[in-house]
Design a protein around this ligand. Sequence first.
Ligand code: PMP
Length: 443
Amino acid sequence: MDTKRSASGGLDLKETQSGPESQKWFHRALQLLPGGVSSPVRAFRAVGGTPIVIREGQGAELVDVDGRRYLDFVGSWGPLILGHAHPEVVARITEAVQRGTTYGAPCPDEVELAELVIESYPGLEQVRFVSSGTEATMSAIRLARGATGRDLIVKFSGCYHGHADHLLVSAGSGLVTFGQPSSAGVPSSFAELTRVLPLDDEERLRDLFSQEGDRIAAVILEPIPANNGLLLQRREFLQELRRLTHLHNTLLIFDEVISGFRVTPGGAAELYGITPDMVTFGKVIGGGLPVGAFGGSRDLMKHLAPEGSVYQAGTLSGNPIAMAAGRATLEVLRQSGGWSRLEALGRSLEEKIRPVLASTDQPMSIVRVGSIFWMVSQSEPPRSAETINDAQADKYRSLFAGLLERGIYLAPSAYEVGFLSLAHQQSDLDRFARALAEVLGVD
Ligand code: PMP
């Protein structure tokens, strides 16, 4: 662990130092994979040092290739709501795999998972399964354009919807970390069809709709924005968005790739009592395997091939093993009162962390909804990407390194949220709070 004095914030500026085996693997990977990783944020560029390379996950714990153990609050970025290697999920995957890995033909598991998803989510009548969240949002946008005959789409700055071209404009997630407003390789003519608005601003919304409302195919947003910190929205803002989209026959798409089945079975739609026209899922519904889905009313979904003229397909879509993992996850959540247990765990974490943050001499707070949390370097939690304190990234580096040294694994970026799972115990939360107090120098 390399420790230097920080110029700002009073915390020691530390850099993570992974163990010798992690370093060996990572240096080998650097020759073979761009940045040594299969997805950018994993490279630790935002926090410094080199990543820990993982050998195994069990319950709430990760073990790296050096045998170091970490209490995991990343949960593979959201899917692992039951924790790592949950026995029921493992058993159902094992059972499914005996019957083959993929058929490229209809299978009962996709029908069963579709039923579970549809009966849980307000207004949903049909879904199409895909293999990632990116595919889900990309296909939802195509369907919205095809169904409305309009080209414009609206997104909000800081909301991340995967890496499809027209959505990679003012996105959050890894792009905030790297300070890139967008990506090279996205043609400007694509980006021109995307309007970007700030969150939490009804006036800007009304202005845009009064100018271009009748050309807008869809508005897509994370109703619980969780890719640029956790920017919890006012219900009135979401209601105004629903009112305007109805008024202009624009489709409202809730991207619930993170929030779907995470906060409640009916996602943010249930939480806020607002029903979108379309919804996208990923993460939790795949139980840790590659799954995404998008859906809406039958009337809307009939535009999709083979019934309609909007094309979308996938070799591994509705994969039987992934469907079995998703089903197992949702069934365990349902049968074990999972969502209320996660809410109780989340509340408990908040109660343990809040006094620690309040005792530092710096403004810090914890924002939380259900089992999603984020620590931010300001006393008033922000509701838009534009109002996040500039010091956030710098301060987080030290926090991250100090916690990792104490066996607590948070996301390697100041703008990524943390996730609790049903595998976390009260004692884990106590350990987290104690480690945080130590790192922040609070007694
Ligand atoms: N939408 C949201 C809200 C997401 O958080 C993500 C991924 N973090 C995506 C879409 C893209 O999902 P994937 O990484 O599975 O392509």
